[in-house]
Design a binder for this molecule. Structure first.
Ligand SMILES: Nc1ncnc2c1ncn2[C@@H]1O[C@H](COP(=O)(O)OP(=O)(O)OP(=O)(O)O)[C@@H](O)[C@H]1O
Ligand SMILES: [Mg+2]
Length: 356
């Protein structure tokens, strides 16, 4: 859309410049005149379907209530003559740009991811799943503070162009979880965002996403079927604890990933502070490492067949707990919505089993 036409349709806004373009639309820097506030104005492509517009509006209305120091605020939105939303303007760069410049230190980047994990945990508690966590949706202001963008503006889960239009260049599936790549919408939940955090951590550690392949379809296949090459094999000086955290988040099976984004954030904080991982995390991660990567449909090997001879008591306890957990989680009916209730129940069971 021409700038003049846009200015005519949105007289409350003085549009200053184009900030960038994505799969859904264009983002402009603008001044919201009645509030004398500089904002980022996202305008959807004119060809957006009625369903996409309705969903966009619905999510903007809900997203207005997400208030967190590391989440871009959504202020307003509408869909009269054109479909738009206004957001907090972040002067700075995206994490994608920062990673490309290779100018940031590892602790800085890990701290950014930790903050984003905390923000996601807050949003999950409010019933939101982001579904499109990626370096381009993480904005860093000039003081280095991290913000997660596009809550409420994420792509339509039932019509995700990354899956349905494989030939088109519309965003990246690089950080997509297996359940997204398979189109299993009923399984999307906090673990879907946790997988994406694992993908970003992988890129921070190695300089490339975990399933970098020559084509989009190959990326999707690798996400579902292939284990990621351990970061230490790509970059031998990768800190081992970060590799463990990363691979735990990138597990194919939902119950094998971190039970919550806050637990991943906590482990990243431990690494930043030079502390060893907490016993529960170390046991979960060690257990997960011991398990051979299995495709989504394969039955997990029996606990005894996987037990290494030298495992600690904590690991044995965790292994037994996890075996029971897996059995229980298979018996719990999976909700048909995006509700995070399933994961909370699984987590509660896990805690109970651990405590006993
Ligand atoms: N709140 C904001 N403040 C400042 N700049 C922003 C803001 N939101 C987006 N941008 C800029 O606009 C660009 C385009 O954003 P947009 O969300 O449309 O696309 P994307 O996230 O890169 O891709 P996709 O459409 O696949 O989500 C971003 O890369 C960023 O540079
Ligand atoms: Mg975006």
């Amino acid at each position: 859309m021409e700038l003049d036409e846009l200015r005519e349709l949105l007289p409350e806004y003085t549009i200053e410049s184009l900030l960038g373009e994505g799969a859904m639309g264009s983002v402009y820097k603008a001044v919201w005149q009645p509030h004398q506030k500089t904002v980022a104005l996202k305008v959807l492509h004119e060809n957006a379907s009625e369903k996409t517009v309705q969903r966009f509006l619905r999510e903007i209305r809900a997203g207005v209530n997400l208030v967190h120091p590391n989440i871009v605020r959504i202020y307003d939105g509408g869909a009269d003559d054109l479909c738009y939303c206004t957001m907090q303007y972040i002067r700075g760069k995206t994490l994608g740009q920062l990673l490309e410049s290779q100018s940031a230190s590892l602790p800085f980047l890990v701290n950014v991811l930790r903050k984003i994990a905390e923000a996601l945990h807050y949003a999950h508690g409010q019933g939101f799943i982001h579904r499109d966590v990626k370096p381009e949706n993480i904005l860093l202001d000039t003081s280095g503070r991290a913000f997660l963008a596009d809550f409420g503006c994420a792509k339509d889960p039932e019509n995700d162009p990354r899956v349905t239009e494989l030939g088109a260049v519309v965003g990246t599936p690089d950080y997509m979880a297996p359940e997204q790549a398979l189109g299993r919408q009923a399984l999307l939940g906090p673990a879907t965002d946790i997988f994406a955090l694992g993908g970003i951590l992988y890129e921070i550690l190695t300089g490339r996403p975990p399933f970098a392949r020559a084509s989009m379809i190959k990326v999707l296949k690798a996400i579902v079927k292939e284990p990621p090459t351990p970061p230490t094999q790509v970059k031998p000086d990768t800190p081992q604890e970060l590799e463990k955290i990363c691979l735990c988040a990138l597990r194919k099976r939902i119950p094998d990933r971190y039970p919550s984004a806050s637990e991943m954030a906590r482990d990243l904080k431990h690494w930043l502070e030079g502390d060893p991982l907490p016993v529960a995390s170390a046991a979960l991660i060690e257990l997960v490492e011991a398990a051979k990567e299995t495709p989504q449909t394969a039955a997990p090997p029996s606990p005894s067949s996987r037990a290494p001879a030298t495992e600690s008591q904590e690991v044995r306890m965790a292994r037994a707990a996890r075996a029971s957990l897996r059995k229980i989680s298979e018996e719990i009916p999976i909700p048909k919505t995006d509700s995070p209730g399933f994961f909370h129940r699984v987590r509660a069971w896990f805690k109970r089993l651990f405590a006993s």
